[in-house]
Design a protein around this ligand. Structure first.
Ligand SMILES: [Zn+2]
Length: 268
């Protein structure tokens, strides 16, 4: 990689942590009646308004060892995790698109901006689902619309997109419908529609299978930990918000281009 490549990746790293910092605000303030652009950020414990040097993504958290400078109360781990996660997702997306297009082409810039928007929405949905056990429909509809535009622009035939949506969303809709929302929420069905839109038929079904595996592995780990702590294990739905698993699988398959035949071959 030449010097310009290094500078570009460094820029994407800074951009990712900064956007991640904004996504934290969106996650905390959505549905609370607070505006996203209103007021400066402050400490939740002592209400101290934060100075600019206390608002540098990741860096401030590390320098202050995760505590407020005034009252020394702990800053939530969600802040640095979402900032770091967003940066990693942006860097991987840049690398992935860089294998297909040259950094100075306008197509590259268009896809990079489009997918950074899309994955930002996905980060918000995943973290929101973990916190509140639900996914706001607004974010899903926005991401589906954006994904649809990106796919149409990339030249995917409309029938392919629609077949992908039906193939991926139908199994989850059946689980949702037959279990009367016990196994699946409607938010999960909407995420499956997003999956089908972004990935199409073959990669979409591969992502769906991977999300079930991730969910199963997570479920087993949670049950084992519950056993160890001698707690009553949680019921399936309360223990497993499924949205994050779907979104992790979606991003993994986007990066690695795993299709259904590839997934089946792993077991053949
Ligand atoms: Zn404080």
């Amino acid at each position: 990689m030449d010097i310009y490549g290094i500078i570009f990746y460094a820029f994407i790293l800074c951009l990712g942590t900064t956007i991640g910092s904004f996504l934290n605000v969106v996650i905390y303030r959505f549905n609370t009646g607070m505006r996203f652009d209103e007021g400066r950020s402050m400490c939740f414990s002592c209400s101290k308004k934060l100075e600019w040097y206390e608002l540098i993504p990741l860096v401030s958290f590390i320098i202050q060892l995760g505590r407020c400078r005034k009252c020394k109360s702990r800053i939530a781990w969600q802040y640095p995790i979402v900032e770091l996660l967003t940066a990693i997702v942006f860097l991987l997306t840049t690398y992935h698109l860089g294998t297909m297009y040259s950094f100075d082409s306008s197509v590259f810039v268009m896809y990079l901006v489009g997918y950074m928007f899309l994955w930002s929405l996905c980060v918000v949905m995943a973290v929101y689902d973990i916190r509140h056990k639900m996914i706001p429909s607004l974010f899903v509809y926005l991401s589906i619309a954006l994904a649809f535009v990106l796919r149409v622009v990339s030249g995917a035939p409309l029938t392919n997109i629609l077949i992908g949506i039906v193939a991926v969303a139908l199994p989850l809709w059946l689980l949702y419908f037959l279990s009367k929302e016990k196994w699946m929420g409607f938010g999960d069905v909407l995420i499956a529609i997003l999956m089908g839109t972004v990935l199409g038929f073959s990669k979409g079904l591969a992502a769906l299978m991977i999300s079930f595996w991730i969910g199963a592995i997570y479920g087993i780990v949670v049950m084992l930990i519950g056993k160890l702590k001698n707690k009553r294990t949680l019921s399936l739905k309360s223990a497993l918000p499924f949205g994050p698993f779907l979104l992790i699988a979606l991003f993994m398959v986007y990066l690695f281009n795993w299709t259904l035949p590839i997934i089946i071959e792993w077991f053949a």
